[in-house]
Design a protein around this ligand. Structure first.
Ligand code: NAP
Length: 465
């Protein structure tokens, strides 16, 4: 049987509390051996018991329909408390977690809902002075079901000499984040894990050995797997890089994956002089929008393939306003080809494939002799269709690109990462690279953002913490 167990943490308020709107806290209320605990456990707004000598945490459990199992892993620094007025509550006081679990099991096997209090033998004032927490979107298993993710409260370790405490400000929901949760990405975090790979945070506290960061700096995680869907984190200094604060918050939150990918692909695979042409699919993606703008800044022409949609003209206008020279649907390329385009611009030396399947074949078959197609995404989840004549008669080269690997190969040489980040931020400052069109979503509504990300023809969502 599965029992829905809801936790509520009760502790003195900190500055982070205002962000945790779904939590209740109480201060200075106390319980001791003589307290009538049954009375103390009133629904929902009952003050949680804390004293100078010991704090007390509650696990309230409630049987759900069709339940089978008991799953309870109480953690005294990680408790929430949520009682339901209509539930008959049985309470027990336990002196250890094991004892509490035992009590819960005993009560459940007797078919009763209830509450077990865990007495924590620590001065709560000391506990909370040393311990920070954050809200985080956690997945405990790999799954395609977004409902398996939960907003949880996590304790943060104290800041040590070489570490840094940050508060996250904003973090996008990228397709790769979902692949990681689903378990289909080439690198996976051990579960339970916090979702999100990209985002911007603000440094709150640094250890005594930290030299590259100061409180107040904006920072981005260097590597994938950071778990950016959280309100705060403590990590090592070298896991972060500072980003300038004179770009927009959304720009900073989304700078280190998609625009950098676009920048690298336009720089590393073909020598492209002004006037050369680049062709790409999924041109409205965040990477695609960055390709359009960076290419325009470099004086390159772009042919941009998109999927047809009801509001296609609107999207064409949007991409053209970013600097796209040609915007065509997959259907138009298949039915009419690009002959008229090639009367005006040279055939592309570089093709960028985000989709695979038939769409990747459209990019490939329109490349110039000796051209290169770089595959960096597989949105269609279909094998790339490669026309044999492209390989035989036009000597095209097929390559792949993965920014995570590119960064990892330069892990010891942060100068290269910084040079790339600086170049992209310079473009932003110069007004040549704008933040992708996106929807800002309050952090608490992460489910909405995740659901939207798996749908077609939608905008990127950025969680605002
Ligand atoms: N290799 C790397 O280093 C690297 C780095 C960054 C991103 N990426 C990859 O690049 C891709 C785009 O990322 P992003 O953050 O830019 O994406 P995004 O802004 O979320 O946009 C997603 C794009 O994929 C298209 N798409 C969605 N489902 C599709 C399907 N079934 N068939 C064809 N097209 C589909 C969308 O087109 P519609 O609007 O028509 O739905 C849209 O253009 C992802 O696969 C991501 O993992 C790779």
């Amino acid at each position: 049987m599965t029992f829905r167990i809801s936790y509520k943490r009760m502790r003195p308020a900190t500055h982070e509390d205002s962000e945790d709107s779904d939590l209740l806290y109480s201060k200075n209320s106390s319980v001791d051996e003589s307290t009538d605990i049954q009375d103390d456990i009133r629904p929902k707004h009952t003050p949680f018991a804390m004293s100078e000598q010991h704090s007390t945490c509650a696990t309230t459990f409630k049987r759900a329909k069709n339940t089978r199992d008991v799953d309870c892993e109480p953690n005294p620094l990680y408790e929430t408390f949520s009682a339901n007025a209509s539930q008959p509550l049985i309470s027990q006081l336990a002196d250890s977690r094991r004892e509490r679990v035992m009590w819960i099991r005993r009560l459940l096997s007797a078919g009763r809902d209830g509450t077990v209090l865990l007495r924590v033998r620590q001065r709560c004032s000391t506990v909370w002075r040393e311990t920070h927490r954050c809200s985080a979107v956690v997945y405990r298993e790999h799954s395609h079901d977004i409902d398996t993710l939960r907003m949880e409260m996590l304790p943060l370790p104290p800041v040590k000499d070489g570490s840094v405490r940050i508060r996250m400000l904003a973090a996008p929901v990228n397709p790769a984040d979902l692949n990681m949760i689903q378990g289909s990405y080439p690198i996976l975090c051990p579960v339970p894990a916090v979702g999100g790979n990209e985002g911007v945070g603000e440094v709150l506290e640094v250890g005594s050995d930290v030299t590259s960061l100061r409180p107040g700096d904006w920072v981005v995680p260097v590597d994938a797997g950071f778990g950016t869907w959280r309100t705060g984190a403590v990590c090592e200094e070298d896991e972060l890089m500072s980003v300038p604060k004179d770009i927009s918050l959304l720009g900073a939150a989304t700078v280190f994956v998609n625009p950098c990918t676009a920048y690298r692909m336009l720089s590393d695979f073909q020598t492209l002089a002004p006037g050369c042409t680049v062709i790409q699919n999924a041109s409205n993606s965040a990477v695609g929008q960055a390709v359009v703008q960076i290419a325009a800044a470099l004086g390159l022409k772009t042919i941009n393939i998109i999927r047809d949609r009801p509001n296609c003209a609107e999207l064409v206008d949007e991409l053209q306003s970013l600097g796209a020279d040609y915007v065509v649907t997959e259907e138009e390329v298949m039915s009419s080809g690009l002959h008229r385009v090639f009367e005006e611009v040279p055939k592309p030396k570089l093709g960028l494939n985000c989709v695979g399947g038939l769409s990747g074949g459209l990019v490939l078959s329109n490349l110039d002799y000796g051209g290169t197609m770089v595959t960096y995404g597989g949105m269609a989840k279909r094998p790339l269709q490669i026309p044999a004549k492209s390989l035989i008669f036009r000597d095209v080269t097929l390559k792949g690109f993965w920014l995570t690997q590119w960064k990892r190969h330069r892990k010891e040489d942060k100068a290269q990462l910084k040079a790339m980040l600086d170049a992209v931020c310079d473009l932003m400052r110069a007004g040549q690279l704008s933040t992708p069109h996106c929807v800002q979503t309050p952090f608490q509504q992460y489910t909405h953002a995740l659901r939207a990300t798996v749908q077609s023809h939608r905008r990127k969502h950025v969680l605002i913490m």
